[in-house]
Design a protein. Structure first.
Lengths: 476, 476
């Protein structure tokens, strides 16, 4: 058994549009990297859970190109940092079947006996022992060729999930069953009917299977996808970016459930009874915080008078709420959402409208993590930008230059070593230093407390991509 | 008649707690200096209206010590600036009777024949011709010893104003009547009854009387106030601040209506038919903006979906509003109010709670006017502060020093002359300069476009009152 676990890999699906929890989540700050649900982010909780059974370097995070940098920055700045997880970049977002098949293809290239445990990155699980126990059973079954799913014991007629119907037990694998049927997200009436029958379980979106078996099923049921994967391997790394997306998009964009699991006769099911949450919308956030006697949840700097059953959430600013009922107020530095709870499903619609206008508020926060620390955008004009930058003790930014902007740094706290065109300076609180455009420069926190500084950029072009990197501690 | 107008003075009452339109208004940014109602602020509109009949240096603004600087800055930065208006500082806020009696006392000291026209600073009047015409009639009546009030033709059973009952005509003064009765703010039933009778008019809170006659009535009906005014005059300017407040507070805090007008038999009334608004609460703001088909008013960067009859107002940030009904969302850089329209009267209550905690959000905005330009607070920590400062072409700040903080200035735009301990420098966009603590310094915009700069303050104490001024163009 322990030998078999050597071949187990964790695959964490970490795409996500960041729309349903907007404005807390953004395209580049999806739910799984937020700190809303306990001390760690959900992706970090997922990794911590898996490393109880799987070494960190056997964990692969599947994500898109845009999100990759953000997720890696997030996992490097968490404490302790996740330095050894690996990343698989989807050439395009095409739902879960292509993403998982790509992971299987890549991991099988490294280990032909690979068994994959596939997990969403945004589940909230307070007690993971049932899952860890089930993982061992699932590995055994996967070794014998089963595609194993996990069914969660429902406690309410939920309409937001699909259901699985438990079939006959597998005689060779105690606690593992046939999956008799996949049932799509039901309406309320149907959901009430389903949970009358104890064989009906929530479809958790978690899977365990051998990479080889999965790819056999992909070849059978999704031949275009199998073909695309084969072609991807033939491109040199130079052509890869150019062709991979095109190739990948020839295969249907389809979920693993629809594409494979509902069709295959090798699907097994392990029932799980486990405290579990899919924080799929803003009202669900309320469950993570205490309610007052009127059913309100207030997080942050809130002053309320006569509110009922409302969710009041502020990042930093003061919110005064008077006479609200069944309402959500979600305040962030650059955007405020005020929404009736029963219209929570329309948040995605509004974010889609926002995206159409190219609004920054749909894409990112004014606050960003970097492997060396973080920055907050204080003000942005057409020819200038002001940031508050924090650098962790012992960390340094890449050696870099900017073609279009110069930078003034004024230190508020700490001690930094600043190198400009080869010349070193020690800069301390209340000192400033000027970096002309086109100068090679590097900033290092050589002290024991965080360096905090105000950066004032002046220039005709202020995009984050006006950066030429020379050497970088983070391989960027 | 024209000779008589030489003795006419405008008295503009400009106290106000800045609570009813919070968070748009603040203690130091009351309604009358906001730019919400047309291009000019309401106090500026009031001054412009009066200067059609009264020279600017005959206009006195009565306000409190804290608000004085803000109002003067406001009137100096408006274009063209009101440089010649005079200011009367109430030693304490004690309602309108003490404020108006103090103004009468001071102005009569300068001109024993003074006739005062007393006006609130926050009325919105689109056509002031009826008022200007009435002013001449009122001056005649005041000259004959009448205390003249103005009654406005009601167009609805308003419960937010008091009412006046028109009495017999004054034979000597066509268009002027006896005031038969003062009626307190009625309930809705009573208001409906009142407006059935065309003799009932809204009490406008505007008055015209001779300073001498008013003070005779003060002596008769509010003897403690008359005594206090007498004593104020005996203090030397050194003692004034110490004793005036104490003295002033011995007299009752009472409105002119209750204290004098309801009791005096010298009260006259001029009926006025004039488009007039008292913007007494946030819902009234909606009347200044166009409504969409669902009755919503949206001002600023707003994205709404399925809202009805709501007021959505944003200063700068994005507000997304979904499924709101009869709601107000008022967003400012440091505070957001979300309030059901029918609870608008509770805004003051919440602001009172806020004041108890000493919260800055009840006192001032992050944006401040100065006679030389303006500043915006970008970030504030315990030992540092970042501001964006704008200096009007040709203007300069006072020569000053700070005991506790040093300042870094990084120019974003324009050309400034900076003098530090007697040494002059020209500083341009993308240059920076450092002002150590205790250095005499002065900043002047010597160019033709606004100077914009980022100021980074470092220090142990960052209060605005850590300033020693040497010379100042604005007499501060």
């Amino acid at each position: 058994m322990s030998q078999r676990l050597d071949h187990v890999y964790g695959v964490i699906l970490s795409g996500g549009a960041g729309t349903r929890l907007w404005p807390l989540s953004r395209e580049l700050s999806p739910k799984q990297i937020l700190h809303l649900f306990g001390t760690d982010s959900l992706i970090r909780q997922t990794i911590t859970r898996l490393t109880k059974r799987i070494p960190e370097d056997h964990i692969f995070i599947v994500t898109g190109e845009r999100l990759f940098e953000e997720i890696r920055n997030h996992l490097l700045t968490e404490f302790p940092p996740c330095k050894n997880v690996q990343y698989i970049l989807e050439p395009a977002a095409r739902n879960t079947a292509p993403a998982i098949a790509l992971a299987a293809w890549i991991i099988m290239g490294k280990d032909p006996e690979a068994i994959l445990g596939v997990f969403p990155s945004d589940h909230y699980i307070t007690d993971d022992q049932p899952l860890l126990d089930a993982l061992e059973k699932a590995t055994e079954a996967a070794h014998d060729g089963y595609l194993v799913t996990f069914g969660l014991q429902p406690d309410r007629p939920e309409t937001g999930f699909g259901y699985l119907q438990q079939g006959e037990p597998l005689s060779q694998h105690p606690g593992v069953f046939r999956a008799a049927r996949f049932i799509e997200k039901p309406d309320l009436e149907k959901a009430k009917e389903l949970i009358q029958d104890p064989r009906h379980l929530w479809n958790s979106g978690m899977f365990v299977f051998s990479a080889r078996v999965l790819l056999e099923e992909v070849e059978r049921y999704l031949p275009e996808l199998h073909q695309a994967l084969g072609k991807l391997a033939t491109y040199s790394s130079e052509d890869y970016e150019r062709f991979a997306q095109q190739e990948f998009c020839r295969a249907p964009a389809i979920s693993l459930d629809y594409g494979i699991m509902e069709r295959s006769d090798r699907v097994a099911l392990i029932p799980l009874s486990m405290p579990w949450k899919d924080v799929g919308s803003l009202p669900a956030l309320a469950e993570f915080h205490p309610k007052d006697a009127q059913g309100n949840v207030a997080v942050g700097h809130i002053l309320q008078e006569g509110c009922q059953n409302s969710l009041l959430y502020s990042d930093s600013r003061l919110i005064a709420a008077i006479g609200l009922e069944d309402l959500m107020v979600i305040d962030t530095p650059d955007a405020t959402l005020v929404c009736s709870k029963e219209r929570a499903q329309d948040v995605s619609k509004v974010v889609a409208r926002l995206k159409e206008t190219g609004a920054q508020e749909s894409v990112s926060h004014r606050y960003s993590h970097r492997p060396w620390g973080s920055f907050l955008e204080l003000e942005k004009g057409s020819t200038y930008q002001v940031k508050h930058i924090e650098v962790t003790p012992g960390k340094r930014l890449s050696e870099q230059l900017h073609r279009h902007r110069s930078e003034h740094w004024i230190l508020l706290q700490g001690t930094a070593k600043v190198t400009i065109d080869g010349k070193e300076d020690i800069v301390q609180a209340n000192q400033s230093i000027f970096i002309p455009a086109n100068a090679h420069h590097r900033l290092e926190n050589v002290g024991k407390i965080p360096v905090r500084l105000i950066e004032v950029q002046n220039g005709e072009y202020l995009g984050e991509d006006d950066i030429v990197r020379f050497t970088d501690d983070y391989g960027r």
